[in-house]
Every structure is written in C-alpha cells, then in structure tokens.
Design a protein around this ligand. Structure first.
Ligand SMILES: C[S@@+](CC[C@H](N)C(=O)[O-])C[C@H]1O[C@@H](n2cnc3c(N)ncnc32)[C@H](O)[C@@H]1O
Length: 463
C-alpha cells in the first residue's frame, strides 16, 4: 500500500470494533505481505501441491511463494481453487451445522464462486447447491469455476434475491456473502480504498438488509443463515445481526474456534448475536466477518408445482451418450436445446421447480451434443468427475505440451489410438482433442485459452 493512504475517517471508525488493534492493523497493512493460499479440490485429489495447512480448513494450503496460476495446468484442471484463507472459514461453519440428511444450499451472492466451490466440497451428491449471481456479466466466471470443480449437483442461476421469495422454505442453508464496502481487502487490493466512505458503508448496510429480507422466506424452518462480509464496519456486521434478530425469528449460533487461530469472537450490541472477525495481523488471511443464525419459525408451504410439459427423452440418443458417463443410473439426463445435460438423479424434481421460477444458466454437467450417431463432447464433461475416462482415449501431456494445449495451439502427439481423447496433465484432465490420422484437433474452448506470456496471474477469484 506504498502509494495509498487509508481513507479519511476509516481508522477512526474502527477504533471501538471488537479486537481492533490500531497499531498492529496499520503495521500489517504497511508490510503488504498477504499470504497466498489455495484450496485443494477433494474430488480431484492432487498430491503435488505443498504448503502450510490453513488451520480452519483441511483442504487449505498457504503456498510458500506465489506462482503464476495461469501457467499451472492443474489450476485449469480444477485441481485447486485460489482462495484467500479467511474465506475458507465458511467451510468450517458448514461442517459445524450441516445435518446428515440431504440439504438444499444456496450461495446467493456467488460470483466468482470461491464460496460455492468451498461449500460444494463438503456436499454429497444427495445435497443440491444453487449458486446465484445477480450480475449477468459475472455469471460466466461462476459457471467456469463450478465446471472446473466438476460435480453434477450444482445449479447456477442469474436472479435478483427477491425472485427466490417464491421458493418458500426450499433451502436448508442460505449463504449471503454480501456485497460490502470491502475494507477487508484493503491489504490485497489497495485500490479498493478509493471506493470507501462512510456514505458507502451506509448504502451497503441498506442493500444488505434488502438482500437478507428478500431471501428470508426461502429459508426452511430450523434452517441456517450464514451471513458474511469482507468489511470491518459494525454497521455491515454486528448491526445487521441485531437487525436480523429483531426483525425475524432468528437465533444466533455460536461456532467453536480455536484460540490459537487468532479469530476475534464478537457479540452484537443489542441482541448479543455471535460474529467472527478476521483481522490481518491477528490471523494469517484478509479481513472477514462471518456469523450464523437459525430460523425458529415456520416458513409456510412451498406452492406445489407440477411440470405438465413432460419432456420426451429420445432413448436412442440417450443410448449414445450413456457410455461417456460413469454410473449413468446415478443421473437424470435432459436436453437444453441441442445440449445433453446430466444432474444427480435426486435433483430432478428440484430442477423442474427451479426452472419454473428462475433463470438457470447451468445445471449439472453439460455432456455435449449429438451429430448423427456421434457425441461431440462438451468441455464441462471433460472437467467433470462424472466422465467415464475409459470410454475415451487418454493422452498424458508433459508441461510444455499442456501449455500448448491450453493456448489452443497445434500439438504433435505420437498416439496410436485415434478419436476423442481426454488431454491430461499429471492425470488431471484439461479438456478434449480429436486425434486424427495426420493431425490433432485441439478442442480447448477459445474463450478460456491462455493468451498471455508468463507473468503473475490475475487476482480474480480469491475470496
Ligand atoms: C462479495 S461478492 C461474492 C464473492 C463470492 N461469494 C465468492 O466467494 O467468490 C458479492 C457478490 O454479490 C453480488 N451482488 C451485488 N449486488 C447484489 C444484490 N443487490 N443482490 C445480490 N447480490 C449482489 C456481486 O455481483 C458479487 O458477485
């Protein structure tokens, strides 16, 4: 933050915040040494990443140096997600509250997908994750990140929070990782300081109330609301908890934290609701506030919905795509225009219901489209954990070949087998290529290809 000064009134506004240590905070920001952390994808276990364990997240690692993620094929394969360590605490909360019975979870403010992939890591195929993003232009990064994660129990929507009001009591767990004034990111992104002002904190507070009020009816009785921000401001954190507890029948839940982690437990002024504050300098991570509340009133009944437009499934086509899927009986297959999709069988009804009420941008895994009797497999299928790897040729690439592949350039492959091939690096799939007798057609998606020369990767997607 060499060329940046804290905004006027900012430090003063924090002086009475629980656990705030003025000198430590200023010194930590001047040192400017944010740790770099990643979270391993438990569905695609990789053992080549090493680092120091994030105390509150079994899959989290602090890396010893910051590599160029753009030039790491395992990043593109979805073997890990680059995520700021404090944010991983939401996974610790989920472990504490998640019941054994199947749950519907919504990540209401989801792009770019850090917390969605985090939540998804702790979910089984019986659980359903809805990842919603209100801003259309931010949806593609969310769908890309979930496609890389590879599971088939996710649905991405592009809706305003108020659209979920119709899904009365549908969700067992709601995460509102709210848009906020962003002070928790000042160390990592000092430019964010230019946006901060008391007036903006106030605007954020009002928007946070609106979002929470809009989603509340969709939370089931006895369900959990996780609320988080990356702001230090009381108005956006403890004051919101007070407002929630006095407006709705919500009860605060205390989460066990180890003293050595450096997390500050706070209590709201009026209702004494618990919150967890992360200050860089006290924790090895950026600023975060997190809290959990439980709904203690009935949500009313979800209006039943029958889909009368029974989609005809062309069975002859289904027979052609099933060989590409591991255990096809576990999935419900359906078509969106020409694309064949698969979602875990358990979520068929929910998908129908959500399709009726929301704008769905991605559901489960896109398998591909048929051209005559041949499947043109989709990139999502290659990245998914449902692909039947034995149904295709598999080509293991060395590092240089993997980068050429990710740049969508021509490859020379000495492979006797021909046809659709999964292109792998260290056993992790990057995408498809078609091996022809005298050339290789590179099917890596144009919009995802690496365009740059080696340099430190962008910081998008680190919350
Ligand atoms: C803090 S970011 C979410 C980060 C994300 N949860 C993650 O971990 O990667 C907040 C998100 O809320 C979205 N947002 C902005 N205004 C909103 C609103 N009025 N209602 C719901 N979401 C909103 C933003 O587009 C942004 O993607």
């Amino acid at each position: 933050m060499q060329n940046h000064q804290f905004p006027i009134n900012f430090l003063e506004s924090l002086l009475n915040e629980p656990g705030f240590d003025h000198q430590n905070f200023v010194d930590t920001h001047q040192k400017n040494d944010s740790p770099t952390s990643i979270r391993i994808n438990p569905f695609k276990k990789t053992s080549t990443k090493t680092g120091e364990q994030v105390p509150w997240c079994a899959d989290g690692l602090y890396l010893y140096t910051r590599p160029s993620f753009t030039f790491d094929p395992l990043f593109h394969a979805g073997a890990y997600y680059v995520q700021e360590a404090s944010s991983m605490f939401i996974g610790h909360i989920l472990k504490h509250i998640k019941p054994e019975a199947p749950v519907n979870i919504i990540d209401l403010c989801a792009a770019p997908g850090g917390k969605s992939t985090l939540l998804n890591s702790a979910m089984t195929p019986d659980d359903l994750l809805v990842a919603n993003e209100i801003i259309k232009t931010r949806v593609p990064i969310l769908t890309d990140n979930l496609a890389r994660w590879g599971t088939a129990n996710t649905i991405v929507t592009n809706n305003d929070p108020k659209d979920f009001g119709r899904l009365t009591g549908f969700f067992d767990i709601v995460l509102v990782d709210a848009p906020c004034s962003g002070s928790g990111m000042f160390r990592k992104d000092p430019d964010a300081m230019d946006e901060w002002s008391p007036a903006n904190v106030n605007l954020c507070h009002q928007r946070q109330e609106r979002i929470l009020a809009d989603i509340y009816p969709a939370l089931k009785e006895d369900g959990y609301l996780i609320y988080s921000t990356c702001s230090y401001s009381h108005q956006e954190n403890e004051d919101i908890l007070d407002w929630l507890c006095s407006t709705f029948a919500l009860e605060s839940i205390r989460i066990p934290v180890n003293k050595e982690w450096g997390i500050v437990e706070s209590q709201s002024t009026k209702k004494e609701a618990w919150g967890y504050r992360f200050y860089p300098g006290l924790v090895k991570g950026e600023g975060l506030f997190a809290s959990v509340l439980r709904k203690r009133e009935s949500s009313g009944n979800l209006t039943s919905f029958k889909n009368n437009k029974n989609q005809k499934v062309p069975h002859n086509e289904l027979d052609l795509i099933k060989p590409y899927i591991n255990d096809p009986s576990a999935y419900y297959f359906f078509k969106v225009n020409e694309d064949w999709m698969a979602i875990n069988q358990q979520h068929k009804e929910s998908l129908n219901l959500l399709q009726h009420h929301l704008y769905i941008k991605k559901s489960g895994v896109c398998i591909g489209k048929l051209a005559g009797r041949d499947l043109i497999p989709d990139h999502e299928l290659a990245l998914s954990i449902i692909v039947n790897k034995d149904a295709a040729v598999q080509t293991e690439l060395d590092y240089d070949q993997a980068i050429l592949y990710l740049r969508r350039e021509n490859l020379n492959i000495d492979e006797a087998k021909k046809g659709w091939s999964l292109m792998n690096f260290e056993g992790h799939t990057l995408g498809w290529a078609k091996l022809l007798p005298n050339r290789v057609n590179n099917y890596y998606p144009k919009e995802l290809r690496i365009l740059s020369s080696p340099r430190p990767s962008s910081k998008e997607g680190e919350r």
